[in-house]
Design a protein around this ligand. Sequence first.
Ligand SMILES: C[S@@+](CC[C@H](N)C(=O)[O-])C[C@H]1O[C@@H](n2cnc3c(N)ncnc32)[C@H](O)[C@@H]1O
Length: 230
Amino acid sequence: MGEDWDDLADWWSTESTDDPVYAADVHPMYRELTSDLSGVIADLGCGTGQAMQMTGPQTIGVDLSMDLLSQAGSIGPVVRTCLPSLACFVDNAFDHAASIYLLDLIRDDAAFFSETARAVKRGGSLVVVMNHPVFLAPGSGPFADPDKEIFWRWGSYFEIGSSQEPAGHRNVEFFHRPLDVLLNNAAAAGWSLNVMRERPLSPQVLDAFPEFFGQDTIPRLLGLRWTNIG
Ligand SMILES: C[S@@+](CC[C@H](N)C(=O)[O-])C[C@H]1O[C@@H](n2cnc3c(N)ncnc32)[C@H](O)[C@@H]1O
């Protein structure tokens, strides 16, 4: 069962609009990976629907939170479901599927890849923008040496695991998989990788937040685009 975000809806509406990481880093990466997609596109974990505007009027927002879907519904059609299940959609329902900051919240990534491969037409794309697994591994984090140079502790990178991360007034469970697990599960479901992007926070975000000092060499965002060859 997925975690309901209804009690986080007010916080997320403000956070996703105001967070400079969205404007400087997340949306440019998403735009790059989706700009040539057209037709019926599923925005998985659409939240307030702000990315639905980027992928066009035939985008269908899919989310678990009624409160967030009621906002996304002013942008386009929406459907409530608990991902990774897409059982409410027939096979080949979509030309493409895309998501921002959703896969980290899904316990069963293999089911995410097999369900999207079933619901997206052969030749269609799957785009995922997410926290980089190096950033999200349980126990990972920055540390400074005596000269104040910033290094990254890998934590339990090679283990599949989860961590509780602060979100609004409570914590949310985030799921970590090393990159090889993610990419092999996607390949097993019939997703052929076309593009992979790994990015640190951009200079403008690093300049704006002193707590991120020195993290210009740390992977923060991961962007992936596959074609359905199953
Ligand atoms: C971090 S927010 C990202 C929202 C949106 N993609 C954006 O970038 O603004 C995560 C979204 O995923 C939704 N979500 C989390 N778990 C879900 C699940 N199991 N099924 C469907 N939606 C889920 C939440 O309700 C929330 O809208």
